[in-house]
Design a protein around this ligand. Structure first.
Ligand code: SAM
Length: 289
């Protein structure tokens, strides 16, 4: 018989800072109101783990004292939001979306932009940049000449996230070898340079991407519609009404005939599904305004 193993209960875990359920609930409320991210009681340990370094940095002795601080101090509140977000991403994550884009839209879009037209792409919730860089690498392949011609024309890739720290990593465009493992070798030798343990994305690609802070729940300053939007693996953190509102706004910002790509465990809300045709794995063609 396997002996029973006693697991420590949440309350018996030794913590550096005093942290009670009401602290978790106060932080969860602020995060939900600002970012739409749900943090149910089961996430208390995760919240503590992400907030504790901020409590220490502010030289406080409890999470309760930290909550009092962030109720007053807007800058520190932003640091808390930054610390709380989950930024997991990867180069060529769910690569079938980039393949779909390259086959379905890119022949038409590249022709349009090279013929003097305009092309706009949006990586919404881009985290540390792997998603928009993968998107460009997949589009240009190993053809640097094509990239040069397209990037001199009216082509823009907007990449946004609410977290300033991941945007700083994205803008720097320098990644360790472990992160670059999923970049296909031919693309790696075309678009990355530097010692193999830490390489930097070609400035031509880096400068082609406008990395900007943007809260998906807040105001969107962009005018004009996008030809394709990746909004992947962020809606999983939202409740159903937030997802439906966000998806309706994404649809409004997408050209008819444009593509919306969402994460593998995400689905379109019933309220917006009629505006799209499902054309592949979590790949949606906008068919109706
Ligand atoms: C798990 S990452 C996904 C990154 C990338 N899209 C991918 O699929 O690999 C989720 C990202 O969403 C961002 N995020 C969370 N809530 C947000 C919000 N309300 N507005 C904008 N970005 C948000 C986080 O900062 C994080 O970088």
């Amino acid at each position: 018989m396997i002996p029973a193993i006693a697991l420590p209960s949440e309350s018996s875990l030794k913590r550096e800072f005093h942290f009670v359920p009401a602290d978790h609930q106060a932080i969860a409320r602020m995060v939900y109101d600002e970012l739409g991210i749900l943090l149910p009681d089961g996430k208390a340990q995760l919240v503590y783990g992400r907030v504790a370094p901020r409590v220490r940095a502010c030289r406080l002795d409890s999470v309760g004292a930290y909550i009092k601080l962030i109720e007053q101090d807007a800058d520190e509140r932003l640091r808390m939001f930054d610390a709380i977000t989950t930024n997991h991403t990867a180069f060529f994550r769910e690569a079938h979306h980039f393949e779909d884009f390259v086959e379905r839209l890119w022949p038409k879009l590249s022709q349009r932009v090279l013929g003097g037209g305009r092309v706009r792409l949006w990586s919404a919730a881009c985290s540390s940049g792997e998603e928009p860089y993968s998107w460009l690498m997949a589009s240009f392949g190993t053809d640097r000449g094509l990239a040069q011609r397209v990037l001199r024309a009216d082509f823009k890739l907007l990449a946004t996230d609410v977290s300033p720290s991941v945007l700083a990593t994205a803008r720097a465009g320098t990644y360790p070898a472990a992160t670059l493992r999923t970049v296909p070798p031919a693309l790696r030798s075309t678009w990355l340079s530097g010692p193999s343990e830490r390489q930097t994305v070609d400035p031509m690609l880096r400068d082609a991407i406008a990395f900007r802070p943007l809260n998906l729940l807040g105001n969107w300053p962009m005018r004009g519609r996008f030809d394709a939007i990746c909004c992947r693996n962020v809606m999983i953190y939202f409740d159903e009404p937030t997802k439906a509102r966000l998806q309706a706004r994404l649809a409004d910002h997408l050209e008819t005939g444009g593509m919306l790509y969402i994460g593998h465990s995400e689905r379109l809300a019933d309220e917006v599904a009629h505006r799209f045709e499902s054309v592949g794995r979590t790949a949606y063609l906008k068919v109706a305004a």
